[in-house]
Structures are given as structure tokens and as C-alpha cells.
Write a protein that binds this ligand. Structure first.
Ligand code: ADP
Length: 486
């Protein structure tokens, strides 16, 4: 058992056994050699079987004729019959064997070797023949002879005696060995041919995979540089592998680019408030006799910029945590109507300032409960509803609706705001992305709010979509599963 484990370990560890080339080689080898081996063994066996049967038939025929003569000439009682004696000797010489003639009393009346005459023989075959069985035969492979026992049957229902013929099987063995020898030559020739074929086949069949490896390695070495695609169309599989590889490489490049863009954006966004602070503080320092009001005004501006910087850093940290899924949701059964009403209440003052009507309707006319993290979801929805107010026209409207089916709660936020282009709708969930720059410059924001919203909603296993018509307004649709399955 210990040894078996050891060999299994070697098998597992050994690279050669894991090699597909080696396995193909072995399979082809076995498929070629095993049939050749089986054919040789079957051929020899069937030859031997047929040869032995033929010999038994021949001996039986000859002995049957002789048995008739023995009966006719009363040889069992008197063995001085020269003709029969000669025939017995000739027959035994012909098959290089020995004939015993046994009478009804199990006594050997004639032995062509002259050794057992007068003795009693009670072998199983002789007893069976004298008891009425027909021909019996068996083969002794070890000593190379064949024994056929035939009843001496006068045809009157009794058995007068038995003839036991032990014939040599040497001629069969010689022929068998000859045949075996030739079969071996054929088998070895086939094996050599199969060996060469297996080697050639395993090498050529796997060549395209070497090309795949080469292509992947060259892409690895030249990573980052302009990619020269190498197709390996030899097999559908290699073609598919290369396609999947370049697709993955494309995705990695995209991710790299996005990361670089993100870092550039972060630096830029973090620098902007700092630059403002620097300008403000420099102008206070360089000015002489600056009135206290101006100091206060500048300090207020500086405080605002610090708040902005702080907000960017807080949002970034939140995004990173959401991205890493490091946050665990504190899920609890929450009345979504209540949660939305709370958000509306907090945003109403800002909306009222600009004469924007902010309304909420629960379409289901009953409470909608869902397993959510109320603080996180509240923040996510707040970002959308706040945007709907922020990017609206004065005296416009924002409508928030709540609906549900068996599995999902659906929250829609529509506004009569500035809307956005199709390209913008596909990008507003990206970090730092701000649509229409002319509006963005007047409206405070850092382009991180919707990125946080999307990450939070995805963490809830929900979805968020937007449709918009420029100049007319936008509609955000959020779907959240009623039951949270971690
Ligand atoms: P921001 O801090 O700029 O508001 P967000 O991530 O919340 O960042 O939004 C990204 C951009 O999407 C916004 O700058 C704005 O251009 C656009 N946007 C978001 N909501 C709306 C809306 N309701 N109507 C028009 N544009 C919107």
C-alpha cells in the first residue's frame, strides 16, 4: 500500500506523465501494439485447437476401423493375429505413440511398447468407455502427448474393451513454435512501425499547441507594446484558445488603461482644491492692508475647498472599499417607502430653493419590505435623487416611484432636468465622469457619486439603468431583490 502511494505520487509529480504529447504517444502505442499481441496469441491458440482436434479425429477414425477388425477377428481373446499386431504397430509409429488394447476385464491384452501387457488398467477414461461412454480424449501439455480412448464396441449393446491411444503432439508443437516465431517477427515489425508512428503523430498533433505557447510567450514579452496578433487556426480549439487569450489580453489592457486614467483623475481632482487654496492664501499673504471682510471671505472659500478635498477623499475611500467588497452589508428588513420618504425630506429644502417639485409615490399602495443595508442604500438613492435636483431646471420636477413584483423592488427617479447624450448615459457610472462640462463647471460635484451608487446597488445584487433625452430629462431605474441572498 505504501509502495502504491509512492508510485502514485511519482506519477502525479512527474511532468512527463502529465505531458499530452507523452499520453498521445502511449495511447497510439497501446492501440497499435495490443491488437497485434492479441492477434498473435489468438492465432496460435486457434491453430493449436484446430490441429489437436484434427489429430483426435484422425486417430479416432483409424482406431475405429481397427476396433472393428479386433472384434471381427476375436483379437481380445487371442492376440496372435499378426496382421492386427502389425497394424497396431504401424498406427502407433505413424503418430509416434503407444496403443494399449484393454479387454472387458480392464486387462491390457496388447501394448505396442510391450510393457504393460497383463496389467489391469482402471483409468477414468477406460472405466467410462467400458461403461458405455463414447470416445474420450485429453491432452497433456506438460509431457506433450494426446490420449484418445475409444470403446471396442461389437454393436450389440455391450462394450467388449477399449483402445487407449497415446499420441505425441510434438509435430503440433513444432508447427506452433514456427508459427509463433513468425508471428513474433510480424508483431515486432508492427511494434516498431507503431512506435515510429506514435512518436511522429504525438509530435505533429501537438505542434499547433507549441505555436499557441509561442504566441502567448511573445505577447508576454512584448506586453504593453503594440500587440501583433498571431492566429493559430490549425485546430478549432487552438483558434478558440487564441481568440480567448487575445480577448482576455484586451480586457487586461483596458483595465490597465482605466487604472492609469483613474490615477490621473484622482491626482487632478485632488490637486484642484489644493491649487485654489494656494491661490487664495497667496493673495491674502501678498495683499497689504486687506480688510477683515476679505480675509473672512477668503477663509470661507479656503474652508469650502478643504471640504471639497475631504469629500473627494471620503468618496474615494468608500469606492475602494466597495470595490474590494471589503464592506459587509448590514442587511435588515427595511420599509423602502419609509427609507425614500426620509431621503425626500432631507432634499426638500434644496429643491424648494429652486422651486423644484419633489414628489414620491408608492405605486403598490402597500408597504414594500426588502433586505437591504438601509444606510448604504439610502446613500446610493440619495446620490441619484440629489442629482435629479442638481441637474434640473428651476421650477422643474422630480418624481420618485416605488413598485415591486414577487422578487424585486423597483425604484424610478424621473426628472425634468437637463438630460444627457447617449454617450453620457453609458459613462456616468464611471469614476470621475461628469457629463456636459459647461453645466458641470457650475454645478458642484466630483463625478464619484454615481460610481458609489452603482457599486452599492451591485453589492445588493441589484441593477441600475438610466434613460435620458437631452434637454428633456432623465429616468433612473433601480431594481433591488426583496430577499438578499449572500
Ligand atoms: P457628480 O458629483 O458630478 O454629480 P455623479 O457621479 O453623481 O457625479 O454624476 C456623474 C455625472 O452624471 C454628473 O456630473 C452629470 O453630468 C451626470 N448626471 C447625473 N445625474 C444626472 C441627471 N439626473 N440629469 C442629468 N445629468 C446627470
Amino acid at each position: 500500500m505504501k509502495d502504491e502511494g509512492f508510485f502514485k505520487q511519482i506519477l502525479k509529480k512527474s511532468i512527463i506523465f502529465k505531458s499530452l504529447k507523452f499520453r498521445i504517444f502511449v495511447i497510439v502505442l497501446l492501440v497499435g501494439i495490443i491488437p497485434a499481441f492479441v492477434m498473435r496469441v489468438t492465432l496460435i491458440k486457434s491453430y493449436e485447437h484446430r490441429a489437436v482436434n484434427q489429430r483426435i479425429t484422425d486417430i479416432t477414425n483409424q482406431c475405429t476401423i481397427l476396433c472393428s477388425r479386433i472384434i471381427e477377428d476375436g483379437y481380445l481373446e487371442d492376440q496372435d493375429n499378426e496382421i492386427i499386431n502389425n497394424e497396431l504397430t504401424q498406427l502407433s509409429n505413424l503418430y509416434d505413440g503407444r496403443i494399449l488394447v484393454v479387454n472387458g476385464d480392464f486387462r491390457v491384452v496388447k501394448d505396442t511398447y510391450g510393457l504393460s501387457e497383463g496389467r489391469t488398467i482402471v483409468s477414468r477414461e477406460v472405466v467410462a468407455c467400458l461403461n458405455g461412454s463414447s470416445r474420450m480424449s485429453n491432452m497433456d501439455r506438460r509431457y506433450g502427448y494426446l490420449e484418445v480412448t475409444i470403446p471396442i464396441d461389437p454393436g450389440n449393446g455391450t462394450v467388449a474393451g477399449a483402445m487407449v491411444f497415446s499420441a505425441s503432439t510434438d509435430p503440433i508443437t513444432v508447427n506452433k513454435n514456427n508459427l509463433n516465431h513468425r508471428a513474433w517477427i510480424v508483431e515486432i515489425t508492427i511494434s516498431v512501425f507503431v512506435l515510429v508512428t506514435a512518436y511522429a503523430l504525438s509530435s505533429t498533433l501537438l505542434k499547433p499547441f507549441d505555436k499557441v505557447l509561442l504566441a502567448i510567450n511573445s505577447a508576454k514579452e512584448g506586453y504593453g507594446a503594440e500587440l501583433k496578433k498571431m492566429d493559430v487556426p490549425d485546430y478549432t480549439e487552438t483558434g478558440d484558445i487564441m481568440e480567448a487569450f487575445y480577448l482576455l489580453l484586451g480586457q487586461i489592457n483596458e483595465a490597465d488603461k482605466a487604472k492609469e486614467e483613474f490615477v490621473a483623475n484622482v491626482s487632478h481632482e485632488l490637486k484642484t482644491p489644493l491649487a485654489s487654496i494656494k491661490v487664495l492664501s497667496d493673495s491674502i499673504r501678498s495683499g497689504e492692508n486687506v480688510p477683515v471682510e476679505t480675509y473672512r471671505e477668503f477663509m470661507d472659500d479656503i474652508a469650502q475647498e478643504v471640504d471639497r478635498e475631504n469629500r473627494i477623499i471620503t468618496d474615494l475611500l468608500e469606492l475602494v472599499r466597495l470595490d474590494k467588497q471589503a464592506v459587509s452589508l448590514k442587511v435588515e428588513r427595511t420599509d423602502l417607502s419609509e427609507l425614500i420618504e426620509e431621503i425626500i425630506k432631507r432634499l426638500e429644502p434644496i429643491a424648494l430653493e429652486r422651486g423644484i417639485e419633489l414628489g414620491f409615490k408608492n405605486e403598490t399602495d402597500k408597504e414594500v419590505f426588502a433586505d437591504v443595508d438601509p444606510i448604504k442604500l439610502s446613500q446610493a438613492l440619495m446620490n441619484i435623487i440629489e442629482n435629479a435636483v442638481k441637474y434640473n431646471k428651476d421650477f422643474g420636477w422630480v418624481k420618485v416611484g416605488l413598485d415591486s413584483d414577487i422578487k424585486f423592488a423597483q425604484i424610478t427617479i424621473s426628472d425634468s432636468g437637463i438630460g444627457m447624450s447617449e454617450e453620457d448615459t453609458s459613462r456616468i457610472f464611471d469614476r470621475f465622469y461628469r457629463a456636459d462640462k459647461s453645466h458641470s463647471s457650475q454645478i458642484v460635484g466630483n463625478g464619484l457619486g454615481l460610481a458609489i451608487t452603482r457599486s452599492t446597488i451591485l453589492l445588493h445584487k441589484g441593477s441600475v439603468k438610466v434613460t435620458s433625452v437631452q434637454g428633456e430629462g432623465s429616468t433612473f431605474t433601480v431594481r433591488i431583490p426583496l430577499i438578499y441572498e449572500a
